[in-house]
Design a protein around this ligand. Structure first.
Ligand code: SF4
Ligand code: SF4
Length: 389
């Protein structure tokens, strides 16, 4: 290992180095010393959740996960891998676009004068540690939705601007992962400050670390590190390639946008509706679902009022409530809306798919509904009816 300040910067302006576990500890420490609130994976309540890290000791050393439709279990691993687990119940959306945000407060004083105060955006400076390729893509999707239109969201913008991202390339996908089908992983392709690839082989436990920004290079220069060597580069590339070859799920290899458009009246929607509880879990865990509603609350005196924004779901009957009733009164129409928007009309609205293949909605659906299975079934039905393109 060399020490802080020893290594140079390669000609392309990007730094590359090898970190060991001390280097990972230093990374969390340096980010905290720079005033960042470091968020990363940690074990809590028998799940790998995202929470503030005080040190790299909080990371899930030696923990993995077993996933299936409607099933999530953590398990001990024989090795001490830190990032050999796939998506947990939360995504980075929980920090960038929190479940509840107060928008304003209103107070009436003794003279009856009303003062309304808009909520100030939070002065938080995040560092996200361990962001997978699928979730990096999801953040890009959210950026487009929340800041790329005519009505940017300042609360999202203040959390997102300047957030320092440490990506972790995926080397062990879960049984419900399909980022390859959505062209969203497992390798990261930009949008990070630092990217880690974990390597565990006879040469030891280490992380190939490359910078993707000036600040990333500056942070890397402060860490104890070794030179990036060909053996580590080769092992890291092989691990990511292996992950791509072992996806647990896949989408049918067709134009999903056209498939959704051409199967709006398919019988399969009745089949899935018979299993769907309209609980909205899939929208809560999805890293790109962004819909919200607002609620006004007052205290008992009536002199203090607040407006809160909270996550909402297109599965909720009230989501499309107009005078005369809900536009999507049937569970069939609500499931169909969710799936056709997510992988179909999202393209028309935001220029990309709304699905990044993280598999969370499959794992956290209480009845194990699997959107890849539904897409395959819709494709089979369209093929049988001769309507598949
Ligand atoms: S639709 Fe499901 S698999 Fe796709 S991004 Fe959302 S939670 Fe992940
Ligand atoms: S698909 Fe599953 S998670 Fe989504 S609303 Fe239906 S039952 Fe709930």
């Amino acid at each position: 290992m060399t020490h802080p300040g020893d290594a140079g910067t390669p000609p392309n302006g990007r730094s590359e180095a090898v970190l060991d576990r001390d280097g990972l500890h230093a990374l969390v420490r340096v980010l905290r010393e720079r005033g960042r609130t470091v968020i990363g994976p940690t074990v809590r309540d028998r799940a790998i959740v995202l929470a503030e890290l005080e040190s790299a000791d909080d990371l899930p050393h030696g923990w993995g996960v077993d996933l299936e439709a409607g099933r999530y279990r953590i398990r001990r691993r024989r090795d001490g891998a830190v990032f050999a687990h796939s998506a947990g119940p939360q995504s980075w959306k929980s920090f960038l676009h929190p479940q509840r945000v107060r928008q304003w407060t209103a107070d009436r004083d003794a003279s009856g004068e009303l003062t309304v105060r808009e909520e100030e955006p939070p002065a938080v400076s995040y560092a996200f540690l361990g962001v997978r390729a699928c979730d990096l893509r999801a953040i890009r999707v959210l950026d487009r939705v929340m800041t790329g239109g005519r009505f940017p969201d300042p609360a999202y913008g203040s959390r997102r601007t300047g957030a320092f991202i440490v990506a972790a390339e995926c080397t062990e996908p879960g049984a419900t992962c399909f980022c390859v089908s959505m062209d969203a992983g497992p390798a990261v392709d930009g949008g990070y400050d630092l990217a880690l690839t974990e390597v565990l082989d006879e040469a030891g436990h280490r992380f190939l670390c490359r910078s993707g920004s000036e600040e990333g290079a500056a942070v890397l220069a402060e860490l104890p590190r070794g030179d990036a060597d060909d053996a580590t580069r080769t092992a890291a590339a092989a691990a990511v390639r292996g992950a791509a070859e072992h996806m647990g799920r896949s989408m049918p290899p067709v134009d999903l946008r056209a498939l959704m458009r051409d199967t709006l009246e398919a019988d399969r929607w009745d089949d899935v509706t018979a299993r769907c509880l309209s609980c909205g879990n899939c929208t809560m865990v999805c890293p790109t679902c962004f819909c919200t509603t607002t609620e006004d609350v007052t205290d008992l005196t009536g002199d203090h009022a607040e407006r809160w924004r909270r996550w909402d779901s297109c599965y909720d009957l009230d989501f499309t409530l107009l005078n005369g009733g809900s536009v999507r009164a049937s569970a069939r129409s609500r499931y169909r809306q969710w799936l056709t928007h997510k992988i179909g009309t999202w393209h028309d609205q935001f220029g990309s798919s709304g699905c990044v293949g993280c598999g969370r909605c499959i794992v956290w659906c209480p009845t194990g509904i699997d959107l890849t299975e539904e897409a395959h079934a819709l494709h089979r039905e369209a093929t049988a009816k001769g309507t598949a393109r």
